[in-house]
Design a protein around this ligand. Structure first.
Ligand SMILES: C[S@@+](CC[C@H](N)C(=O)[O-])C[C@H]1O[C@@H](n2cnc3c(N)ncnc32)[C@H](O)[C@@H]1O
Length: 257
């Protein structure tokens, strides 16, 4: 875990939090991506214990609260985001448990506990994908589900210059990079799709679904489109990657659900 990177990102997120208030939360998975209403990856969440990694302003947790989730938990690096989420969720669900913590660390969350761990456009901030996935695996019950979305790893490799798409940087090059669309320094991590899939497999997950589609033209909303996410570019390269996987039930375990 790179402490300097986390400090830089925490500062940037504390400043950027108001701009991201309620931006693309569930049922959206990301800009110009298919929505949960269409994909139904979560299924019926009634009474389920759910945890969000990088919960931001808390709007995705609020959506699951409205779908009658049993327990809402979230962690986020930014103290401003956590305070915002606490305020948002305080009326409808004062029991929601929100922790200011990098997802690379376990702030003392219960293990073998959650039905669903999820993350909407936050996982690519982690400075240690392996540790983060090991934490997610530890928090989930056997048979529990992990769902996450992140910017498709090809998206920032392609540059759109007035409709002409060029490869900006090698898709094969992985590691930290400073995101050009951010005004403050913000360091994200680049991994290939195969690195995500292999990291999940190595952490013990069974992959159930991988989505790389773009949303249908009639579902496009104004707030999806900005300088970074353009319709023109989204016609040829996916903006978002969505992965659903499972922590398998160990053989010989009686597990009522
Ligand atoms: C684009 S926002 C996603 C917000 C939220 N998931 C939603 O649906 O509205 C990304 C979030 O990841 C958080 N974040 C960045 N790096 C993190 C880290 N290492 N550990 C935990 N959270 C992190 C940021 O503070 C920010 O709130």
């Amino acid at each position: 875990m790179t402490v300097d990177t986390l400090m830089t990102n925490k500062k940037s997120w504390d400043e950027a939090a108001p701009r991201f208030f309620g931006r693309n939360p569930l049922p959206e998975y990301g800009p110009l991506a298919p929505r949960e209403d269409e994909l139904n990856l979560f299924g019926d969440v009634s009474q389920l214990k759910v945890l969000e990694m990088g919960c931001g302003s808390g709007h995705s947790l609020q959506y699951l609260q409205q779908r009658h989730a049993g327990e809402l938990w979230g962690i986020d690096l930014s103290s401003v985001q956590i305070e915002t989420a606490k305020t948002l969720l305080s009326q409808a669900n004062p029991q929601a448990k929100l922790f200011e913590s990098p997802m690379e660390l376990d702030p003392g969350l219960p293990h073998d506990y959650f039905d669903i761990v999820f993350s909407v456009f936050a996982i690519g901030w982690t400075t240690n994908l392996e540790k983060t996935l090991a934490n997610v695996h530890r928090y989930l019950k056997q048979g529990g589900t992990f769902i996450f979305s992140w910017e498709h790893p090809l998206y920032n490799r392609i540059k759109n210059t007035e409709g002409v798409m060029t490869i900006e940087k090698s898709y094969l090059e992985e590691g930290p990079y400073v995101h050009e669309a951010w005004s403050q320094p913000a360091i994200m991590q680049q991994y290939k799709v195969s690195s995500y899939l292999n990291a999940l497999i190595n952490a013990g997950f069974q992959i159930e679904k991988v989505v790389e589609d773009v949303c249908k033209p009639d579902e496009i909303q104004e707030h999806h489109v900005n300088g970074w996410y353009s319709l023109e570019k989204a016609k040829v390269v996916p903006t978002t990657m969505i992965i659903k996987c499972k922590k398998p039930v160990e053989a010989g375990t009686f597990y009522p659900g």
